[in-house]
Design a protein around this ligand. Structure first.
Ligand code: C5P
Length: 209
């Protein structure tokens, strides 16, 4: 039997994670949020007091990463996300994590992977590729609302500046920059709710299944 892979890419707070979880639940597929793998490497370095810019040390952390034990909650903080985008520029780190992600993508009966380079590098042969975007303003507003709902305090302008800095780092790096694959379907969620995005994605998957 052959597995079926849905590749989802896009910038931070575009809605790709929610969409990936919805699709995985609907089709009974396994889901991997690949951002968590970069976050886990960053957090392992921070917890040990190790530098974020030593490629050999970071690559060793990446090689020893166990995908089955990714603690979403511990990895969700803003600082870990920021550190993740720094370790993600190092080719040796990417090589190790991409190998683990590709192995995961083979799981039966199907998989959904979301990240920045799934359609371009990790799973270039995926039968369905989605590139989820939204304006920076809309993404910042969503992040802001999430933080307020969680009883936190947040400044919209600071969140917007942060997102734009992270986008620039992810799109500007040399190894596997964030960009849509040539054969990706673009899904702009600026004025779209999650249900509408899900139905649009489901239609594309159903056509390819
Ligand atoms: O999506 P998330 O915010 O969890 O990702 C954290 C960081 O990990 C991103 O900003 C990006 O630099 C990096 N990343 C990546 N490739 C992926 C997934 C995440 O470079 N496939």
């Amino acid at each position: 039997a052959k597995t079926f892979t849905i590749a989802i890419d896009g910038p931070a707070a575009s809605g790709k994670g929610t969409l990936a979880r919805r699709l995985a639940a609907h089709y009974g597929f396994h889901h991997l949020d690949t951002g968590l793998t970069y976050r886990a490497v960053a957090k392992a370095l921070i917890d040990r007091g190790l530098p974020l810019d030593n490629e050999a040390i970071a690559a060793e952390m990446a090689q020893n990463l166990d995908l089955k034990h990714l603690d979403r909650k511990a990895l969700a903080t803003h600082d870990v996300g920021e550190a993740a985008s720094k370790v993600a520029i190092m080719p040796a780190v990417r090589r190790a994590l991409v190998a683990a992600q590709r192995a995961f993508a083979q799981t039966l009966p199907g998989t959904v992977l979301d990240g920045r380079d799934i359609g371009t590098v990790v799973c270039p042969d995926a039968p369905v590729k989605l590139y989820v975007t939204a304006s920076a303003q809309a993404r910042a507003k969503r992040r802001h609302a999430e933080i307020l709902a969680g009883d936190g305090e947040a400044d919209l302008a600071a969140i917007l500046a942060d997102l734009e800095r992270r986008d620039a780092r992810d799109m500007g790096r040399t190894d596997s920059p964030l960009k849509p694959a040539d054969d990706a379907h673009l899904l702009d969620t600026t004025e779209m709710d999650i249900e509408t995005a899900f139905l649009a994605a489901k239609r594309l998957v159903d056509e390819a299944l």
